[in-house]
Design a protein around this ligand. Structure first.
Ligand code: ADP
Length: 314
């Protein structure tokens, strides 16, 4: 059992990006122009995906991030608000653009991606300090790592002082080890296989390897490690018990943002008073369902669909 009084609220800190996607016959060579009429824009960024997921699953979510003064930033802000996220505390730096990924996909599904983090890279520890009223006891702090690491560590320390419940989705894996004071301040850490390897050094090929990595994360001080294993399910350590959750059989067509949907659902379920076991079950169901629909925020299942899917399995 988790000894924490959740108040239904989540403070989400992370990246918000716009994906510009062109699907074409072949990827252009240097100097070549390839013409296509298949173009779409999709809101993304791990922070944005998780915030929208948690709001769709019924939590009261406040997003803290930084956008720019461009049209993409305006659109991202509006779309996120339209899905129920409180965007009033997102900072705007008019000199910057939003984070943008330019993605080309060829007829064989191969892609080439150019990315600029834009305004995401300019969310500073000072910004966190100036907005410290967002750090309220009873709230969950939900973090991903596509932004400045010092800003992330600052937020975790402040959350620790204020009695918040901290969930870290260490994606992408940090380029250097966590400062020693950080792991004991983190309640749940949820890497996927490659992030778990980067953090612990354990090569994960199966559940037995994942259990070794879980032990290492516990030794580092993380209270409740959860390692997601894609189509192999997940492994968690709850009160010193290793618990396995089997993979759920779905017709997987696109795994984009499966991990984000998992983390957003986990946070929303805990915030609304579900036990850790039930929250992991619901997150497993939501992650699996998200792979049956293409895209990132387009693939977030409704809470009704998640519960129906879960009930059918029981
Ligand atoms: P990430 O997207 O961060 O790499 P994973 O690939 O581990 O994360 O997926 C996160 C979760 O999404 C998994 O634990 C599982 O619940 C679900 N999931 C992902 N891929 C599949 C799949 N092919 N079949 C069923 N569930 C999946």
């Amino acid at each position: 059992m988790i000894d924490f009084k959740f108040n239904g609220e989540i403070l989400c800190i992370g990246s918000i990006n716009m994906d510009l996607v062109m699907v074409m016959d072949h990827l252009p060579e240097p100097g070549e122009t390839v013409v296509t009429d298949n173009f779409n824009t999709y809101p993304g960024g791990k922070g944005g995906n998780q915030a929208v997921t948690a709001a769709v699953q019924g939590a009261k979510v406040t997003m803290f991030s930084k956008l720019g003064g461009d049209g993409f930033s305006k659109e991202l802000l509006e779309k996120m608000a339209s899905r129920g996220v409180d965007t009033s505390r997102i900072l705007i730096d008019r000199e910057k653009t939003a984070g943008i990924a330019i993605i080309r996909v060829d007829s064989k599904g191969q892609n080439s991606i150019s990315f600029t983090p834009g305004s995401n890279a300019f969310l500073t520890p000072g910004d966190v300090l100036e907005n410290s009223d967002l750090f309220v006891p009873g709230r969950i702090l939900l973090l991903t790592m596509e932004i400045n690491l010092e800003t992330i560590y600052h937020a975790i320390r402040l959350a620790g002082q204020r009695g918040m419940f901290v969930i870290v989705d260490p994606a992408p894996a940090p380029s250097r080890p966590f400062p020693a004071d950080i792991p004991p301040l983190v309640d749940v850490i949820k890497p996927n296989e490659s992030e778990a390897r980067a953090i612990t050094g354990v090569e994960i090929k199966n559940k037995a390897d994942a259990k070794v990595a879980i032990e290492r994360l516990k030794k580092m001080g993380f209270k409740l490690p959860v390692i997601t294993l894609g189509d192999k399910g997940l492994v968690a350590c709850i009160e010193d018990r290793i618990v396995e959750f089997p993979p759920l059989s779905v017709e997987c067509i696109d795994t984009t943002a499966a991990g984000d949907v998992f983390s957003g659902t986990l946070a929303a379920s805990l915030a609304q008073g579900c036990s850790i076991e039930r929250s992991l079950e619901l997150a497993n169901c939501a992650g699996a369902l998200s792979t049956t629909i293409a895209g990132a925020q387009t693939s977030i299942p409704s809470p009704e669909r998640v519960r129906q899917f879960m009930d059918k399995r029981m």
